[in-house]
Design a protein around this ligand. Structure first.
Ligand code: NAD
Length: 345
């Protein structure tokens, strides 16, 4: 009975989690949603204004690595599924200090798994209720110019963030093997879209450009990422959570490989049209003039590219957002927000 389902979403005040909750509550208006989020620097309840007043949406300000709190959640609610987005997510921060990454991404995942295992075992629901882990293509390491990551590519994480995400996946898999828990893992490429934290590439390009500050691009700018519009990712998660095979891994990719310098150039070209008034105040011909190459990130992975054929073949998913349009929409949204906040400054 779908009406009785209570889905626990973790990290739902962050970028992808908040887009997912908003998407899900529109699509399944009767579903009970519990969102537990620690509200780290990356989490914002403002990301959830579209759902916060719905009576089937419940927010819990808390840490997934707090086992008393997580166990209490299972006692107070009949949780019928979990989608675990909660994580420290910024590679640069993990290079400065990896501790919070192990705490939230590894320990936090284990505490959720364990609480779910105890509760669902007791209720005889271990193989029916689902634990869905949100993962990243970064667990596979780095590619040269050739090839793509498949679900069989061995894990080879190169920075503390991706190592913590790979570790979490291994724990999730182990709970599948050891206890027969109904787990599924989806590993997606770089997301873009509304509500992303300012520290990530596209929002940084926009906010620095509009403030007339240098736009920092690592190394030679030729590192390649595969970009996926966040709504396409949300649709993939919905399909995988509901219909993905038990114990399976699914890659989710946008089929959209771009170098960082291509992204910066394209964003600046859009800004040249949308924010020409700011451009003239700054007395520059183009926001591209602000692009500045900086020392490369330590251990900077060269290229990520994922093969999402399995997801397409099994569940009929394909990315639908055209990159040029998706990027324009995204930039427009951030410019509007920037203008609103600069009016109230
Ligand atoms: P984000 O940093 O925007 O959001 C993370 C959210 O988790 C924040 O709201 C934060 O407050 C919360 N959080 C962190 N630690 C917590 C804890 N211990 N307990 C409870 N809440 C906690 O990240 P995002 O970009 O939305 O990423 C969400 C998930 O998707 C992460 O697991 C990330 O590894 C994965 N992912 C992200 C991308 C991407 O391009 N952004 C790509 C692939 C996978």
């Amino acid at each position: 009975n779908k009406q009785k389902e209570t889905l626990l979403i973790t990290g739902g005040a962050g970028f992808i989690g908040s887009n997912f909750i908003t998407y899900l509550m529109k699509k399944y208006p009767n579903r009970q949603i519990l969102n537990i989020d620690k509200l780290t620097y990356a989490g914002k309840t403002d990301n959830l204004t579209e759902v916060e007043n719905l009576e089937n949406y419940h927010f819990i300000h808390g840490d997934i690595a707090d086992d008393n709190l997580v166990n209490q959640l299972f006692q107070e609610h009949d949780i019928t599924g979990i989608i675990n987005f909660a994580a420290e997510s910024h590679v640069d921060r993990s290079i400065n200090d990896a501790k919070a990454f192990v705490q939230s991404n590894v320990l936090g995942t284990m505490i959720l798994l364990q609480a779910a295992r105890f509760d669902w075992e007791k209720k005889g629901e271990l193989t029916t209720r689902r634990f869905h882990q949100i993962s990243t293509d970064e667990v596979y390491g780095s590619l040269d110019n050739e090839g793509v990551f498949s679900e069989e590519t061995p894990y080879d994480p190169r920075n503390p963030y991706s190592a913590s995400k790979a570790s979490a996946n291994l724990l999730v898999k182990s709970f599948g093997y050891t206890y027969g828990m109904n787990i599924v893992i989806s590993s997606s490429s770089n997301n873009y879209g509304p509500k992303q934290h300012e520290e990530k590439l596209i929002p940084t390009i926009i906010s620095n450009a509009l403030a007339g500050k240098p736009i920092p691009i690592y190394g030679d700018g030729k590192n390649i990422r595969d970009w996926l519009y966040v709504d396409d990712h949300c649709r993939a998660i919905d399909l995988i959570y509901h219909y993905g095979q038990t114990h399976a891994m699914y890659n989710v990719g946008g089929n959209n490989e771009k170098t960082n310098i291509e992204i910066a150039t394209q964003v600046c070209e859009i800004l040249d049209e949308l924010a020409y008034n700011i451009k003239s105040v700054l007395s520059i011909d183009s926001f591209k003039d602000l692009i500045t190459f900086t020392d490369d990130r330590k251990g900077h992975d060269r290229r990520y590219a994922v093969d999402a054929t399995k997801l397409t073949n099994e569940l009929g998913w394909k990315p639908t957002e055209d990159f040029t349009e998706g990027l324009r929409k995204t930039v427009e949204g951030y410019v509007q927000k920037w203008q609103q906040t600069s009016l109230t400054r």
